[in-house]
Ligand binder design. Structure first.
Ligand code: IPM
Ligand code: MN
Length: 364
């Protein structure tokens, strides 16, 4: 089969890890007889430097003509001035909004061979395998009013946490669908003891639950959830939550896997169901890591696992996705590590080395 993919390498380590992701994708394509037409575009700081916009019109058009987008990372100190008219992150946020990517899937899985790479005790992280569903186009990130202004008594600023029942319903449904295909346990995370938007969230979650009688739904306050992620992470199967809560909790949860360099993500424009291909954007969650850029040290595994998610959710290529996931596991089993997950007695490799090893396994 033939597929069209938009590739947006972006800033920092983005181009390096994207290159390895594509390497592994091509290896899988060659093995199974698929061809992937790649359409490159600018986003983030590099786009600001070249065009003045964080998301040039051209890039948006490229994405809209493709079935999926692979993104590296955006941002860096060069574009960090809070007074600047445009920021690299605006490119990412506009992409999410304009492409309708409301469902952000962030799986957190501890590879048994990496138990020594995390800061937590092995007995705490043993068996951790859950997935966060973060709402991605509403809530505190996007709702209006959102502005800064001057008053006679000084400056003021506001952001809003507003949700419609439709926005809540569709994201909670993603949670139930994912839970149906897994251990049938959904935790909806909110702050219903304080926030009105969370009270609506909880009501809507309970209403949607009646369509999924075989999934057990529980509600957890976001502060308690932050604690439980460290205290007993194996408790969770699927979690669903508001945009900002999800942003914070997924960084926290990434530490269970030993390194942010291990965690992929998918941002989808629909409810994932077996046998349905959904438009999506795929990216590692680690960001641009500017200090590591250009050194051939960044861990490409998060991007490579994002490619696997793309094959599964946007291209319907499930066995190809599994092959990539198995290849990652095998290379780790054999003792190869990038610096961020390096351990005594293991063999340290760079970004390209890790990509070559995984692509080699996929192609063999
Ligand atoms: C993420 C990032 C982004 C976010 C930034 C880069 C805008 O932190 O994907 O989690 O806050 O959503
Ligand atoms: Mn984040």
């Amino acid at each position: 089969m033939q597929f069209n993919l938009a590739v947006l390498p972006g800033d920092g380590v983005g181009p390096e890890v994207t290159y390895e992701g594509i390497k592994v994708l091509q290896a899988a394509g060659k093995k199974f007889g698929h061809s992937f037409d790649l359409h490159y575009g600018l986003v983030g700081g590099v786009a600001i430097d070249e065009t003045g916009a964080a998301l040039p019109e051209d890039t948006r058009k490229i994405c809209q003509r493709c079935q999926a987008v692979l993104l590296g990372a955006v941002g860096g100190p060069k574009w960090d001035d809070p007074k600047a008219r445009v920021h690299p992150e605006d490119g990412l946020l506009t992409l999410r909004k304009r492409l309708g990517l409301f469902a952000n899937l962030r799986p957190v899985k501890v590879f048994p061979v990496l138990v020594n790479s995390t800061n937590l005790k092995p007995k705490v992280i043993d068996g951790v395998d859950f997935i966060f569903i973060r709402e991605l186009t509403g809530g505190l990130y996007f709702a209006r009013p959102k502005r800064q202004w001057r008053t006679s008594r000084g400056r003021r600023a506001t952001d809003s946490m507003t949700y419609s029942e439709q926005e809540i319903e569709r994201i909670v449904r993603v949670g139930f669908e994912m839970a149906s295909g897994r251990r049938k346990k959904l935790t909806s995370v909110d702050k219903a003891n304080v926030l009105e938007s969370s009270r609506l969230w909880r009501q809507v979650a309970n209403e949607v639950a009646t369509d999924y009688p075989d999934v057990a739904l529980d509600h957890m306050l976001v502060d308690a959830c932050a604690m439980r992620i460290i205290q007993n992470p194996a408790y969770f199967d699927v979690l669903v939550t508001e945009n900002m809560f999800g942003d914070i909790l997924t960084d926290e949860a990434s530490m269970l896997a030993g390194s942010m360099g291990m965690l992929p993500s998918a941002s989808l424009a629909g409810v994932p169901r077996q046998g349905v291909n959904i438009f999506g954007m795929y990216e590692p969650i680690h960001g641009s890591a500017p200090r590591r850029a250009g050194l051939n040290i960044a861990n490409p595994i998060a991007t490579i696992l994002s490619v696997a998610m793309m094959l599964r959710h946007s291209f319907g290529l499930v066995k190809e996705a599994q092959l990539i996931e198995i290849a990652v596991d095998e290379v780790l089993q054999q003792g190869y590590r990038t610096y961020d997950i390096m351990d005594e007695g293991k063999t340290e490799v760079g970004t390209r080395g890790m990509g070559d090893l995984i692509a080699g396994k996929v192609g063999s």
